[in-house]
Structure formats: structure tokens, C-alpha cells
Design a protein around this ligand. Structure first.
Ligand code: SF4
Length: 383
């Protein structure tokens, strides 16, 4: 029987409080709601029947703040995952943690349960910026918890950063970068701030009535050129320190690329569990309900289920593949779809090759450095 590699995503939607820019499916909740959620979550996982040959190569507990609830709930949930799925011996098992919640015995409990990768949402080392973002932690608290996690034996740590923040200067971002690098994390994810509708940042940025009623000051962001300088600085500084870009927003030491996220970009199948979680098994893409009351009553209830068409799969293979610096494997593309990508998109690929935004070598099609700066423009032509 063919081996089918699978990723597993488990969503923990709880946060201590909502950050000012966040539009993720996350919210504060009382302990008894959290307990009810974990009961439902384990029920959903236990009801899943893996198809023959499926082997989980990565498990990812994301949120929200998975490090907020009692560690015991997380440990029992991972046990449930292990009871249902066959995990490869070297499976990457990650838990997302937010500084300010990774206290006491938690890192040790996660390690003992089998988590082998930890992702810490730092965002910035500048305490004023952290306050502006509405984060619950300080630089000092992050440093304490980072060391605590290392002390518990975590040898694979990701640090999340943000740039293009209100009031952020290039030198403040440079300080954050150099302090983070000095901690020698294996992986860094760095995202430019997006102003999402429905968030306090949106209200402030657009100076709408709600923001005025609250007396909030308007939000000023670094301009595009300054944000471009931040991206350049980050690429150069990280490369100089042996941390290489392997995806638009992700950088890692060699061999420490996130196996779970790489699975999404390579279109590996994945099972998603929890409130609002998505999955894709075979050609079926689904999303669970994002209404908590519904989920607690009917764990695993879906609000959307679609069957991917050949066109969807072709577009996704190109768009997701181009996010990675290794690019799209053209030989695999031809094997999957029975046609060469170069023939199917002859005009677009030809034009971008000529303009120096794409390059082709070793049977791979990839964005050039310049192409990465305008990746949306290139990718949308494949839809
Ligand atoms: S900690 Fe993360 S998920 Fe929670 S509110 Fe902040 S940004 Fe959103």
C-alpha cells in the first residue's frame, strides 16, 4: 500500500486578550468553556478514521494561544492524536506559544508529551511597540520564557516577528533582529503588518467613528519604502547569520525548515481539528464551523466542503510552490497533471522569465529575488 504523508492541525482558539491587529479565530474564555472545548476537540479527533497508508509526518497545535490552557489538556489531546494516527518516527510536533503564558512547568510537560518544536510569538523586542500591538508580554518576559523552553530541552524553536509596525523605525527593527539572532533560534517567521477589517487597528487607521469615540489616536504606518528597507535588512542580516529564506515570510537554518508549513506549500494532505480548522483529504477541502456553541454540540461539524477541480489544483500547485525559494518541481507537475506547466502557461511564464521575475533551472520554476518583491503580481496570473 502506498504511504500517504499527512499533516495534522489542531486549533486552540483561546487567548488571554485580543491583540489590536488580530483577526484570527481567537478569543478569551473561562476555564469551564476551555474544558468543554477540549472534550469536544478530543471527541472530534477520536472519531476520525484515517484511510489506509496514511502516516502523519507533522502535527501542529496552533491558535489562538495553545500555551494558555492547562498543559494537561494539551498533553491529553496529543495523546488522542497518537491514539488515532500513525505518526512517523521523526514527526515534527509543534506547539505555538505566546510569551506571557509559557510559565512554570509547561515547556517541560510539552517536551515530555512529545512536542519537539516550539513556536514563540514575540513580534518585537521593543516594549513600546508591544504595548501598541496590544500584546500581553514584554521583551523581558519573552527572554525568560525562551530560556525556560531551551532549559526544558527544546532544540527547535521558531520566533515570530512583525515589521512595518506603527511608529517602528528601521533602527528599532534592526535591534529586534540582532537581539533575536543572538538567541540562536532555528527558525524565524517574519510578517509585515496587515491592517485587517474589524480590528481596532483598522478603526484607528481609517479614523472611523468607533476609534474617535474611544479617543484613540490615528495610526501611522511606515511607508512602503521604509517597509522595503526593513525587508532588505532582514534578508541580509539573517543570511549573514546562517538563517536562510526558504519561503516568502519564513527563514531557517539549513535542515530546520518547518515541515508542517512546507506540507501546505507542497500540497500535502492535512487533517484539521477544532473550531474553524480546515483540512484537505484527497480532493476534498473542508472547514469546521467557527461558531463555538455549534462546535461544542457537534464537534467536527463542517461549515464548508468543496471538491477541488483540476484547475484549482493546477493554480494552487503553482501559487503555493512559488512561495518557496526552491520553487515548483516541474517534473512532478507534469507527472500530476499530464501536461508541462511551461506549455500550459507559455505566455505568462515566458514574459516573467524575460522580465527577470522568474527563473528556471534543475527542473524547477522559481521566483527571483526581484520576483519575490512582486510575488502577488506574478502569482495572480496563474489563477
Ligand atoms: S495572541 Fe495571536 S491569536 Fe491571540 S489575539 Fe494576539 S495575535 Fe491573535
Amino acid at each position: 500500500m502506498d504511504r500517504r504523508e499527512l499533516g495534522i492541525y489542531v486549533h486552540i482558539p483561546f487567548c488571554l486578550k485580543k491583540c489590536a491587529y488580530c483577526d484570527f479565530l481567537s478569543f478569551p474564555a473561562k476555564k469551564d468553556t476551555q474544558r468543554a472545548y477540549f472534550r469536544a476537540l478530543r471527541e472530534e479527533i477520536a472519531a476520525f478514521s484515517p484511510e489506509g497508508g496514511m502516516e502523519a509526518v507533522s502535527v501542529y497545535f496552533g491558535g489562538g494561544t495553545p500555551s494558555l490552557p492547562d498543559a494537561e489538556e494539551i498533553v491529553r489531546t496529543l495523546e488522542t492524536v497518537r491514539g488515532v494516527f500513525s505518526l512517523s518516527a521523526d514527526a515534527e510536533i509543534t506547539i505555538e506559544c505566546n510569551p506571557g503564558t509559557l510559565d512554570g512547568e509547561k515547556p517541560g510537560a510539552y517536551k515530555e508529551a512529545g512536542f519537539n518544536r516550539l513556536s514563540l510569538g514575540l513580534q518585537s523586542m521593543d516594549n513600546d511597540l508591544l504595548r501598541t500591538l496590544g500584546r500581553i508580554h514584554t521583551r523581558e518576559r519573552f527572554l525568560e520564557e525562551y530560556r525556560n523552553a531551551r532549559g526544558a530541552g527544546f532544540e527547535n524553536i521558531n520566533v515570530d516577528l512583525m515589521y512595518g509596525l506603527p511608529g517602528q523605525s528601521l533602527s528599532s527593527f534592526a535591534r529586534t533582529l540582532s537581539e533575536v539572532i543572538s538567541l540562536k533560534p532555528e527558525h524565524i517567521s517574519a510578517y509585515g503588518l496587515m491592517i485587517e477589517e474589524g480590528t481596532p487597528f483598522w478603526e484607528r487607521y481609517h479614523e472611523d467613528d468607533l476609534a474617535k469615540q474611544r479617543g484613540d489616536k490615528p495610526l501611522f504606518l511606515p511607508d512602503e519604502e521604509e517597509e522595503g528597507r526593513m525587508t532588505d535588512l532582514m534578508k541580509k542580516t539573517l543570511r549573514k547569520n546562517g538563517i536562510f529564506r526558504y519561503e516568502i515570510s519564513n527563514y531557517a537554518r539549513r535542515g530546520r525548515e518547518s515541515r508542517h508549513n512546507t506540507g501546505y506549500w507542497k500540497r500535502r494532505e492535512y487533517a484539521g481539528f477544532g473550531l474553524g480548522a480546515s483540512g484537505q483529504i484527497g480532493k476534498i477541502r473542508y472547514r469546521n464551523t467557527s461558531i463555538l456553541e455549534e462546535y461544542l454540540k457537534h464537534p467536527g461539524m463542517r461549515e464548508e466542503e468543496t471538491s477541488l477541480t483540476r484547475e484549482d489544483e493546477i493554480a494552487e500547485t503553482l501559487i503555493l510552490g512559488l512561495r518557496m525559494t526552491e520553487g515548483v518541481d516541474l517534473r512532478l507537475f507534469q507527472e500530476c497533471f499530464g501536461i508541462r506547466a511551461e506549455d500550459l502557461f507559455r505566455e505568462q511564464i515566458g514574459r516573467f522569465l524575460e522580465e527577470g521575475l522568474l527563473e528556471m533551472s534543475d527542473d524547477h520554476l522559481r521566483l527571483t529575488e526581484r520576483g519575490f518583491d512582486v510575488s502577488n503580481l506574478v502569482m495572480c496570473t496563474f489563477v
